[in-house]
Ligand binder design. Sequence first.
Ligand code: DLL
Length: 439
Amino acid sequence: MSTWNDPAGGFLAVSTPDYLPRARLAEIQLQRLRSVVTRAYERVDLFRLRMEERKLTPASIRGLEDLQQLPFTVKNDLRDTYPFGLFASPMEEIVRLHASSGTTGKPIVVAYTREDLQVWQEVIVRTLASCGVHRGDVIQNAYGYGLFTGGLGLHYGGEGLGATVIPISGGNTERQLMVMQDFGVTVICSTPSYFLHLIEASQAMNKPVGVRVGVFGAEPWSESMRQRIQADTGIRAFDIYGLSEIIGPGVGAECQAQAGLHIFEDHFLPEIINPDTGKVLPDGTEGELVLTTLSKQAMPMIRYRTRDVTTLVSEPCSCGRTLRRIRRIERRSDDMFIIRGVNVFPSQVETALLQVEGTLPHYEIVLTRDKGLDQMDVRVEVTPEVFSDKMRSLEAVHRKLGDAIEHVLGIRVSVSLVEPRSIARSEGKAKRVVDKRKL
Ligand code: DLL
């Protein structure tokens, strides 16, 4: 990383692998792929057994296209081998553990060697640089510190870049706003839903959110939400992507073009598959993102099925990076629910809500079952102005929301307007769907 610094001591993004010619990148990828497959085969029972079933050995990987012969890895593999079964390094070489609990079942545990932490720091430095963060910036890191990868991941990357990092973690909104003003914060890192909460509190306390850049990720958010955030606060809001199983944050990030997230392909090899058949789809087609780690030592992942739905974009980007991009991830193949035979993603509801003036993008979807029939109620907060206004405007907003959702989903669902601040705020990832049908 030291070679990326310019003589004046700053970070020189153009000297990173972000700008490598594609042919050179492919050479690095193949060399790393062969080495990671060998490591997984030799050190992890599950990978070796699955390869043997298919009569494959590490020598079967002759070109990058041979990746397609390898078996997938899924989240349940991590659960089944809980806690340490997929580790490829002895415990003496593992210097950090993180865990992610997800919404159901046992947590999954992920491990890092010292070299893995260096790679992680490197990709976060590149992430932040891509979002326009630099030395001299003061970063308020409101991602949760602890087992979650967001806090410590962004932390060391921010320090690696040479910026000033405030490790405030999530929560305690009043203190967040005080620090933001008093410490001259220029960059905020948090989930987009928590940032909305900060904006709202800052308006109530009459303390403007005076930052320049927002580095948002860890949960789906829509383009309309970005527009709303940028218009309300004057900051530039960037999307960053990652998952614990692969490294944490730092898998991909938007650049100044804000037109998709560049994947750090020298460390993570992306594929898009049809989630039903497992077949690899060409660039430009929507499907499930599958990632292979190219340099992870403690826990290599071969063809990990992320369940995140996106499209790989191979057209050149105006920023000059040669790395392919993914479109913003608005949904997971497993957060879909079916109501009256219609497939629904929470992001579709969010898009509809953001089309209507007078609502705040705080919402939750409640699913219930009444006499065997599924019911969906979208609970939406309205702005204090609308709420304190005459009944007429409430009714108008109510009708517009019903229409907007019907337009997007094709079915009429119930909408409840609720008082400002009555839906629980999250300090981390927002929970949008409350499914009471199984209770
Ligand atoms: O959320 C890592 C992270 C931390 C990413 C901070 C960005 C910023 P997990 O807790 O393992 O890791 O959750 C990973 O979150 O598979 C996606 O479904 C979702 N996700 C992460 N980033 C985005 C994003 C971290 N930018 C899971 N847009 C992933 C949409 C995202 N979904």
